[in-house]
Design a protein around this ligand. Structure first.
Ligand code: HEC
Length: 97
């Protein structure tokens, strides 16, 4: 579904997160299977390499940073989509622009 089909002030990263089942394992403000997006934002606050690291992690999957449960890989997502969702997470996962 194109972003334009949704409310104009919905951040693109949130549209991508909803469209790729991220919200099945992550919530903005509480831990589900994976850490909350706000926890992730505060962990990487001030880390200039965070975007690069997390883009790779979302694409390739992996475990061991937050616990033993692995995140699955997302090989079919486009680089642009992965980057927008990661940038949105690192911005604290706001619900509107
Ligand atoms: C099947 C459950 C599951 C799905 C689906 C999932 N995640 Fe995760 N995610 C996890 C788990 C578990 C972790 C913790 C991994 C670890 O400890 O290294 C995690 C970690 C993360 C992290 C932090 C990685 C780190 O190394 O600190 C980010 C960012 C993230 N997920 C984003 C996403 C995005 C974006 C999507 C959708 C494209 C997504 N996740 C889909 C379970 C999931």
């Amino acid at each position: 579904m194109p972003a334009s089909a949704l409310a104009a002030d919905t951040p693109r990263g949130l549209v991508v997160a909803r469209g790729n089942a991220c919200m099945g394992c992550h919530a903005v403000d509480r831990k589900l299977v994976g850490p909350s997006f706000q926890q992730i934002a505060s962990r990487y606050k001030g880390d200039p390499l965070a975007t690069t690291k997390l883009v790779k992690k979302v694409k390739d999957g992996g475990s061991g940073v937050w616990g033993a449960i692995p995140m699955p890989s997302h090989p079919s997502m486009s680089d642009a989509d992965v980057r927008s969702v990661v940038e949105w997470v690192l911005a604290g996962a706001p619900s509107s622009k």
